[in-house]
Design a protein around this ligand. Sequence first.
Ligand code: MLT
Length: 280
Amino acid sequence: MTTDGLPVLHTLRRGIPGTTPLVLLHAFPVDHRMWWDVTNLLPGDRTVLAPDLPGFGTSPSGPDVAEMVGADRDVPSVDVMGDGVAAALDQAGVTRAVVAGLSMGGYVAMSILERHPGLVAGLGLLDTKATADDDAARAARLEMARTVLADQRVEAVFGMRTSVLGATNRISRPDLVERIEGWIGDQGPNAVAWAQRAMATRPDRRDLLAAYTGPALVLVGEEDELSPVRVARQMAYLLPDSDLIIVPRSGHLTSNESPQPVASGLSRLLRRADAARPVA
Ligand code: MLT
């Protein structure tokens, strides 16, 4: 599905018209392909849409998406990612969906909840956090952005092929390490730098979660070193109506390390969103 100048929405599965679709937002620094493993395990009646976030995969660059949504081309932001996805969904005729994101995708899901609340029938936050970066994390991101732009290569983020995995799978799943390296290698330095600058300025969204009364899922790998379990527990505590799932023997990339519990959690979130839907 293409929408000129907006993030490209990949239809991973076409479900029965009239059912609430599921929108899956990918992590950094990969693209929509990370959702393939989960999609195969989701209920067949649901449409599953997975955008490539600005600059990643097949999508236009961050500055181009910013221009399309009326934002400043020179200011990378997670809100540009969220506004771009919301505009692409609107163009595709999607007015309400369960919106779930992993890590960077979670930051984008929270932006969509804040800026386009009517779109969100249910919220899935996987291996992510609602807090802003501290000064050290922000500085590290800006340094990483400078490095990839200076190198004009993404080698500087190849370390994530293992750091996104749990200690167990780093050793036992060389196939997964290789797939992730392939996905990272397909991204461009401009996308990586733009996203790092965008994430560096994202706001704290804990108050947003506390005020959201719709159905939510918080899911985390028990070996996640980037968005650890204690952070997931805090988000689940803040959200008034949330399920918390802690996935054993999995790290940050639960979507690929343990797709079955991720699919089960998302399926239950879809059912809860249906049950919560106001009757016309
Ligand atoms: C991700 O997996 O998307 C990243 O770890 C997000 C981040 O850098 O905060």
